[in-house]
Each structure stands twice: as structure tokens, then as C-alpha cells.
Design a protein around this ligand. Structure first.
Ligand SMILES: [Fe+2]
Length: 490
């Protein structure tokens, strides 16, 4: 029996033991080891990440009290958003510099890649042949899965950008529905920008953002059920698991979910029905074959590779969280029985999660755990915050004009969306897209008994404040620290 196991041992003669060497009984585990567990997604068993659909009553009540009930209260604001949508009719202009800002300053920077694939090179061949630049691409191909409602239009787009200094400049847009390459001087340009931004809204909320939610649910459930409550790893992850499982289950499986996209749902703003929307989740998780902009989901073991100031913000917090996790887990033995089991269970359900034969190599365990905490707190929260800052009249989810060619004239902006389209969008923004934080990362409470671990928590909180001050000084503080959530709770 190793030291770590001894530390967590209980001698209970009236209960069956975990094994001869591990003197735990069921009550040493949350929910008596009958807790949540991942299973194939009921809607798309092969296309979406494993789902956790049997959520303990205690967690569901906790979520209803703090979050679900808030949704009901916000529904009472429907008349307010109806009036707002009636008064602010139509879309707002998006200047070229504002359009570029979306790709330089906001969460949309995550879609920029320097990897142009064969299709990208083919559609922009004329420009690539004639102009020498450091080319990049933003590819919103995934939206072709959407089956739009009558009168609403969606098109896949590709946006060609080049890097000039530390900024990205936009050169041209390819509209897939009309097979048109459109440049800033063309009359179709203004409408083309809205289709790109629509693709950004759809791909942000339904392709990439879900990857910060659903694949991590398996780790949440496995940690709760497979680790003893007194294990340091359980204590480290506990503040970062609250509210999440009931939220995910509501989004994916409730009949009232905005993904059901019913016309009467005043908070359901998407342009098409549920089957197409779920296919966007599949594109994010499984990737799109042959498209380098859509690799399949794979558990990352390092800071995210994101361009520009948004990347600086993310990396700075990743470093703080990684240092904290590494210190707390420093004393975990390299053959810890429970961590080995936990890693193997996670490996079975989360693609590229290190199994027990790898988890103790170097700082693999710290990296795996840091990725979880960083993703469900900073990375997830700032995505919502950045999206919440968008003027929804500039980044539409619904467009009521067919996709342009280079010579298309755009309808008046007041006719590109209806007031009901925008009311739904404003409501969804208030209920789901903009963050509403209940428990914060900066005030996370850990149940550590060890004084060294308690000290690590204090220093972690100080390090978070130092990181925020540095980011403020650099002018890249995307989200205030005291609004970053401790877990996925929106
Ligand atoms: Fe989210």
C-alpha cells in the first residue's frame, strides 16, 4: 500500500472494501459511488461527445435554484425585448474597420488559421496567383449543415485575410451558395460581410464553443463518481464542476432547449431546425474531413494556440492555473491507484486524454487537470463575455436576403431581419450568450486539509490578481477577473 493510499484509507469493518489494499467503502465516495457517468449521446451516439444524462437530484435542484429559475424570471422580460426590437429595427452597418476588428480583437480570432487547404486555394486562386501576402483564412463551411426556415438564408463562407504587422487585414470573401469571390469594392460586399458574421455567430455558438462544454462532462462525472471525496484531485476539481451537468443536460436534451428552435420560443434565435443545428455540434466534435479548419476534437495538453491579444489573455491565465495545479498535485505518488483508475476512465470517454500508462510521466497529470480547470473557467467564460459584447445588430443569426454575388445590391438593412428575429436574439443573448456568473474562479473554495495546499490556494488567488493587472497594463484584459466563473454555469 503506498503512502497516498494509506492517507485516504478508512478501516470500516462493516462495509465491503474497494479491494484488499484499498480500505474504502461506498460512503467515502460522492453519491455512494452511484453518481453520474458518461454514456453515448442519446441524440447522436457516434457524432457527439459522450453525454451525462442521469444527473443526481441534488445537482438538479442546485441548478434550478440558481440558474433554471432565472431563465423563467427572464422570460417575464419578453415585452421589454419586444419593444427594444421594434424600436431598433433592422441591422446596423458594419464598416470595414469594424469587420476587421471582429477578427483581430474578439473571440472570432479563434477561427483564423494559416493552413489553407486545397479548396481554399482553389476558390481564391486568382488572388493568390497575383498577390504575395502572408495569407490566412477564416472558414465557416460548417454552416452548410443548417437547414434554414422559409425566407431565411444561410451560406458557407471563406474569408481571405493577410497579416500586416500584428493585425489581420481582410482581402476577400467567398460565398459558397453563389460560388462568388467578393472584394471590398464590389456592390455585394456589404451583404457578404453579414453572411460571414452570421457564420461566425453560428460557428462560435454551435461548433467551437460546445467543445468547451460537452467533452468535459465525462471528466466531471468520472471525477465525482470514481475518486474518493478526500482525494486531493477530487478536492481540486470540485469547485470547477458545480452546475455543469444539469446545464448540459438541459441544453442537449430538454424539449424547451433553444436548440429545438421552435417558432414560438421567444429565446430561440437560430435560423433553422434542430437536426441541422445538432449537425453543427457534430462538425465541431468529429471535424470536417479534408477541411484543415475543422480538425476533430482532441484533448489539449497545453495553452491554447490562439492568435493576437485574445491568445495573450488566454495563455496568461493558463500559466497561472497550470502552476497552481502542478503545486497542489506535487505530492501525488507516481503510482497513485485512484488517479490511475480516474485517468483510464477519462481516457475511455475523452479523446486523447492520457491513460494510466502516460498520466504519471513528467507533468502530464498537471497538464491534463490544468486543461480541465482552465477550459471550464477562463476559456469558457471569456468566450461568452466576448460574444456578449457584440452588437447583435451587426452579427445576425438570421438574414432575409439570399446570399450575394459580387454585383448584388443589398436590401435596406431594416428588411434584412424582422423585429421578431431580433427579439429572439436579444432574449437568447440575455438568457444564454452573455455570462451570468454565480461562483467565481477567484473565490473558489477548496476543501484541502493540508496546510501546503491551503497556502497554494492563497498564492493562486494572488497570482490571478497579478495576471489581471498585467493584462490591464497591456490593454488586453478581455474580461474582469471577478466575473470569470469557476465552472461551466452558462
Ligand atoms: Fe457556454
Amino acid at each position: 500500500m503506498d503512502d497516498n493510499t494509506k492517507n485516504h484509507s478508512r478501516v470500516k469493518h462493516d462495509a465491503s472494501r474497494t479491494s484488499r489494499d484499498h480500505q474504502y467503502d461506498q460512503h467515502d465516495f460522492l453519491y455512494s459511488r452511484k453518481g453520474p457517468w458518461p454514456q453515448p449521446s442519446p441524440v447522436h451516439p457516434w457524432g457527439e461527445s459522450p453525454a451525462v444524462i442521469h444527473v443526481p437530484l441534488r445537482e438538479r435542484l442546485d441548478w434550478w435554484f440558481w440558474i433554471g429559475s432565472r431563465y423563467l424570471i427572464y422570460l417575464l422580460l419578453t415585452p421589454y425585448y419586444a419593444v427594444k426590437a421594434l424600436m431598433l429595427r433592422g441591422l446596423k452597418p458594419v464598416s470595414d474597420s469594424e469587420f476587421e476588428q471582429f477578427f483581430n480583437q474578439s473571440m472570432l480570432v479563434k477561427f483564423i488559421t494559416s493552413q489553407l487547404d486545397d479548396v481554399d486555394r482553389d476558390v481564391f486562386n486568382g488572388i493568390l496567383q497575383q498577390e504575395q501576402q502572408n495569407w490566412h483564412i477564416v472558414d465557416f463551411q460548417a454552416v452548410e449543415s443548417v437547414k434554414p426556415f422559409k425566407g431565411i438564408h444561410v451560406s458557407a463562407t471563406k474569408t481571405l485575410l493577410y497579416q500586416q504587422g500584428d493585425r489581420f487585414k481582410v482581402r476577400a470573401i467567398y460565398i459558397d451558395a453563389t460560388a462568388s469571390v467578393i472584394s471590398p469594392d464590389d456592390s455585394g460586399w456589404a451583404l457578404a460581410k453579414y453572411f460571414v458574421l452570421q457564420g461566425g455567430a453560428l460557428c462560435s455558438t454551435l461548433v467551437t464553443h460546445p467543445l468547451q462544454h460537452f467533452p468535459f462532462d465525462s471528466i466531471n462525472a468520472i471525477t465525482k463518481t470514481a475518486l474518493p471525496k478526500t482525494h486531493v484531485l477530487h478536492q481540486l476539481l470540485t469547485p470547477h464542476m458545480r452546475f455543469t451537468l444539469p446545464l448540459e443536460n438541459a441544453v442537449l436534451n430538454y424539449k424547451s432547449s433553444l436548440l429545438q428552435s421552435k417558432w414560438y420560443m421567444v429565446y430561440a434565435p437560430y435560423p433553422g431546425g434542430p437536426s441541422g443545428l445538432r449537425d453543427l455540434l457534430v462538425d465541431g466534435y468529429k471535424g470536417i474531413k479534408g477541411n484543415l479548419s475543422y480538425p476533430p476534437f482532441s484533448y489539449q495538453m497545453d495553452a491554447p494556440n490562439v492568435e493576437g491579444p485574445y491568445g495573450i489573455y488566454l495563455t496568461r491565465y493558463y500559466e497561472v492555473i497550470f502552476a497552481f495545479v502542478k503545486r497542489v498535485l506535487h505530492h501525488v505518488e507516481p503510482d497513485d491507484f485512484w488517479v490511475a483508475k480516474w485517468a483510464d476512465y477519462c481516457h475511455q470517454h475523452v479523446k486523447a486524454f492520457p491513460a494510466s500508462d502516460k498520466i504519471f510521466e513528467g507533468d502530464t497529470l498537471a497538464r491534463a487537470v490544468a486543461t480541465y480547470i482552465f477550459t471550464v473557467s477562463v476559456s469558457h467564460s471569456v468566450d461568452h463575455y466576448s460574444y456578449g459584447k457584440f452588437n447583435k445588430r451587426q452579427i445576425p443569426l438570421r438574414i432575409r436576403q439570399s446570399p450575394p454575388t459580387a454585383s448584388t445590391s443589398m436590401k435596406p438593412r431594416s428588411q434584412l431581419v424582422t423585429w421578431y428575429d431580433m427579439m429572439k436574439y436579444f432574449m437568447a443573448d440575455r438568457l444564454f450568450f452573455s455570462p451570468t456568473t454565480i461562483t467565481t474562479l477567484a473565490e473558489s473554495q477548496y476543501a484541502f486539509m493540508d496546510s501546503e495546499q491551503q497556502q497554494a490556494v492563497e498564492e493562486f488567488k494572488t497570482a490571478l490578481l497579478i495576471a489581471e493587472n498585467e493584462l490591464i497594463e497591456r490593454g488586453v484584459n478581455y474580461m474582469p477577473l471577478d466575473e470569470i466563473a469557476a465552472s461551466i454555469q452558462f
